[in-house]
Design a protein around this ligand. Structure first.
Ligand SMILES: Nc1ncnc2c1ncn2[C@@H]1O[C@H](COP(=O)(O)OP(=O)(O)OP(=O)(O)O)[C@@H](O)[C@H]1O
Ligand SMILES: [Mg+2]
Length: 477
């Protein structure tokens, strides 16, 4: 079972630890005072008892049994708190203010504690007493005790109060802890929420700063300053890449066109024409790499978030299917496009998602040998819609699946096919931007690439989805 978030906060833990230390030290202090007080009071009682015993013993030794009996009778009549009892060896009471020899419960350093009955008016009351029993010569027993009922009652009141106090302290401490952590969490959640939104691509957002001027405000201010700096850096970088893009793309295109023109001016089938053609292809690859790098940078900069809207993956798969069907046919591949009924909408950028799917389909067509099959499908999973491209080509070994999404990574087995190793990097960047998950599995044989998206919650959709339709295009063999 998971503990509630409030109880897991650092603030609650600190309050808890503080409360425990406070409770233990308070209880220890109160306990010590209590223990010390009762010790002093007990000692006082014991000393009085000792003094009385000494007096009575003297009476006994000087005046014998009648003397001590008289003294006991006298003291019994005088003292409210005093209990005196003289008994013979059979514990038969000879004199004193108790009816019978008491049932002694505890013995402690020669002292005993017992309960006795005292008559107040007509009612008999059971009370506590503490005293000492000594044996006189000739087998007589002498008991001298004091009534300690009031003290015991007070002790009990004290103990109960201590228990209640401790309980109340824990309850109040918990309530205080909860309040403090709630406040703590509220401030943290504000920072977390803003951070999430910023990570989502809105770099212009800032963490709110209150007027409290506390540590949270310090933290928020520092975060905001850091964000300012990151934004400035990013802005600078974007400017540079934009300039590079602008300044390099057009000359590259011009170069390509000139090469093409030059090639056309050569007699067909001449060596120079072939050289020019090769140069045009090389320039095309260069432009392709350049565009892919710019697109990845753009996708990763997060600015595409602003261009996202609700889009249907059905439209994406249809567009890509139409575009790649003929290419697959040319390579003599069976090309199947499957669309699940009402897969829902996702939030995304149509161009980027289409480009990502196109890259996956391009790979499948490129790496699957002729006669193979490429299946592009839109699945409607419980977690959300997913684009799946499955082929029965050579596949990607499990140990290489993580690194193929890195820039310029191409597997040894694909050295002979054209490519720059940027296709899957773009797919991964698009997936990241869309909170989607890109995974590769074994299609036994072949590769099964899945792009799983999060569905846009029902109700926020732009009207009803188009009726389900299965588009199947197959190449001519
Ligand atoms: N469907 C697939 N079957 C087998 N291997 C694959 C498949 N898709 C990708 N790969 C391997 O992963 C590597 C990286 O793919 P990626 O798309 O990033 O680059 P590329 O296809 O080589 O070049 P580009 O897509 O930039 O033209 C490929 O070189 C290839 O080795
Ligand atoms: Mg590729």
């Amino acid at each position: 079972m998971r503990t509630p978030k409030l109880l897991r906060t650092q603030a609650f833990r600190i309050v808890g630890i503080y409360l425990a230390i406070f409770a233990v030290s308070t209880l220890a202090l109160v306990g010590f005072v209590y223990w010390n007080t009762s010790l002093v009071l007990d000692r006082e009682t014991d000393e009085t008892i000792e003094a009385e015993i000494t007096g009575l013993e003297e009476q006994y030794s000087t005046l014998g049994l009648p003397g001590v009996t008289d003294a006991i009778i006298g003291r019994s009549a005088r003292r409210e708190q005093g209990i005196y009892l003289l008994a013979n060896s059979n514990r038969r009471v000879l004199a004193g203010n108790l009816d019978g020899w008491p049932q002694v419960s505890t013995t402690n350093g020669g002292f005993v504690e017992f309960r006795y009955e005292r008559r107040i008016g007509n009612a008999a009351q059971l009370r506590s007493a503490r005293g000492r029993i000594i044996t006189l010569t000739q087998g007589f027993y002498l008991l001298v005790a004091r009534d300690v009922e009031e003290r015991r009652v007070l002790e009990n009141v004290f103990k109960t109060a201590l228990l209640w106090g401790a309980g109340l302290m824990i309850v109040l401490g918990l309530v205080g802890g909860l309040l403090v952590s709630h406040n703590f969490l509220k401030r943290l959640e504000l920072i977390n929420r803003t951070s999430r939104q910023i990570m989502g691509g809105d770099l212009s957002l800032r963490v709110p700063v209150t007027r409290a001027g506390d540590e949270f405000d310090d933290l928020s201010l520092h975060l905001n300053r850091m964000l300012d700096r990151i934004e400035r850096l990013l802005h600078g970088m974007r400017e540079v890449s934009d300039n590079v893009a602008h300044d390099l793309r057009s000359p590259l295109n011009r170069l390509r066109n000139r090469l093409e023109l030059a090639a056309m001016r050569q007699p067909a089938d001449s060596e120079t024409a072939r050289d020019f053609d090769a140069a045009v292809q090389e320039t095309d690859r260069l432009i392709g790499t350049f565009n892919a790098l710019l697109l990845i940078a753009e996708a990763e900069a997060g600015s595409v978030r602003e261009t996202m809207h609700n889009l249907s993956l059905g439209d994406v798969i249809e567009g890509v299917g139409e575009l790649y069907g003929p290419l697959a046919e040319e390579k003599q591949l069976r090309f199947v496009v499957k669309k699940a009924a009402d897969a829902g909408f996702i939030r995304g950028n149509l161009n980027l998602v289409s480009q990502a799917l196109a890259n996956l389909v391009d790979n499948a067509i490129k790496y699957t040998p002729p006669g193979g099959t490429v299946v592009v499908s839109l699945e409607n999973n419980p977690s959300g819609p997913a684009l799946v491209v499955a082929d029965n080509g050579p596949g990607i070994p499990a140990q290489d699946r993580a690194r193929v999404t890195e820039r310029f990574v191409r597997l040894e087995s694909s050295r002979n096919s054209p490519g720059t190793g940027l296709g899957l990097s773009l797919v991964a960047a698009v997936a990241r931007m869309h909170d989607a998950e890109l995974s590769f599995d074994d299609n036994q044989p072949g590769l099964r690439a899945t792009l799983s998206f999060k569905r846009v919650p029902e109700g926020t959709r732009p009207g009803k989805a188009a009726p389900a339709r299965e588009v199947v295009s197959e190449p001519v063999h």
